[in-house]
Write a protein that binds this ligand. Structure first.
Ligand SMILES: Nc1ncnc2c1ncn2[C@@H]1O[C@H](COP(=O)(O)OP(=O)(O)OP(=O)(O)O)[C@@H](O)[C@H]1O
Length: 302
């Protein structure tokens, strides 16, 4: 069942159309990602979902609520990561968590949440004195403290080191396992691939594609590339004769074979028959990065 519904969303800033007819639905319990380069309109889209901005056109429903009209009810079901500037510098971590839980009818135990986010030894620290990563973890805690049905997380792991990023991903998976629906804004391919059930790719305010990460890759290209160094002479014709093979190229001492289907099995069977050993064999598949370039015409990071 759709818990978030966005139809033909349009948002303009002056004469600049930041979001231009974007639509998607998110099912209950899904992690749904919005992926796109800087300035694509991702934050504007989710801020309309959160009721923080008024759309110029379109319909949005979150748990059946209209984010602008039903703002007070929306606050009880939707958790949003706050912007850094929203917390006073002198507020301590424990005070912030206590304050935010007081906003909700049925908050979770904030001490437990702080523990999960490795914030327990920072409870007495003032906001201003937290590192970038600690502030980020606190903002995630504040988004989840109300035990929301839907959590909106914008650039969740920006500024975190690789280990902290993985810890946050694990946390998000645990949150989802409790049934929370997550709308996630990201421009990290690895994050999108690892966490999201489905992704909306947005570029220059427009929706380019919606699919699973694997579906986006498959849409673009299902070719694989296999590289290896043959141990002895090999007639390329034995490879090009295979129905799975579309091309064979030489790159220095390596052969690069492109194809589809069960390419690896087809190649290794032929090599065994020809008594050739494939050294340094590597299988390269189309990645989400490749799919993004194919869909939008450019890489996500300039
Ligand atoms: N309050 C505003 N007033 C005017 N223009 C704005 C405002 N907020 C955003 N924009 C513009 O609208 C476009 C979309 O911005 P938005 O922040 O939604 O993109 P984004 O995809 O979230 O980008 P980023 O990844 O950089 O945060 C950009 O061109 C941005 O400069």
């Amino acid at each position: 069942m759709a818990i978030i519904q966005v139809d033909n969303l349009v948002k303009r800033y002056g004469d600049h159309t930041a979001v231009d007819g974007v639509g998607f639905t998110v099912d209950e319990g899904e992690i749904f990602g919005i992926l796109g380069p800087n300035g694509a309109g991702k934050t504007t889209t989710v801020e309309c979902v959160e009721g923080l901005r008024t759309p110029d056109d379109g319909v949005i429903r979150v748990c059946g609520l209209d984010p602008r009209r039903d703002e007070a009810d929306l606050r009880q079901v939707l958790g949003a990561q706050l912007q850094e500037s929203e917390l006073p510098d002198k507020l301590r971590v424990d005070e912030a968590l206590e304050l935010y839980s007081s906003f909700y009818r049925a908050p979770v135990d904030w001490r437990e949440l702080a523990d999960t986010l490795n914030l327990t030894d920072k409870l007495g620290t003032r906001f201003k004195q937290l590192s970038g990563g600690q502030k980020q973890r606190l903002s995630i805690a504040l988004a989840l403290v109300g035990d929301p049905r839907v959590a909106v997380l914008d650039e969740l792991t920006t500024g975190l080191d690789p280990q902290a990023r993985r810890d946050v991903w694990d946390l998000i998976e645990r949150v989802r396992a409790r049934g929370v629906t997550i709308l996630l804004v990201t421009h990290f391919m690895e994050e999108a691939e690892r966490l999201c059930d489905r992704l909306a790719v947005i570029d220059a305010g427009r929706l380019v594609a919606i699919d699973t990460p694997a579906g986006l890759v498959a849409k673009v290209d299902d070719r694989q590339r296999i590289r290896f160094r043959p141990s002895g002479p090999l007639d390329h014709a034995v490879l090009t004769a295979l129905p799975e093979v579309t091309a064979v190229e030489r790159a220095g001492s390596q052969l690069v074979v492109t194809g589809t289907g069960n390419l690896l099995l087809a190649i290794t069977t032929v090599l065994a028959r020809e008594h050739v050993i494939a050294a340094d064999l590597r299988v390269e598949q189309t990645t989400l990065d490749d799919a993004f370039v194919a869909l939008t015409g450019r890489p996500i990071e300039p």
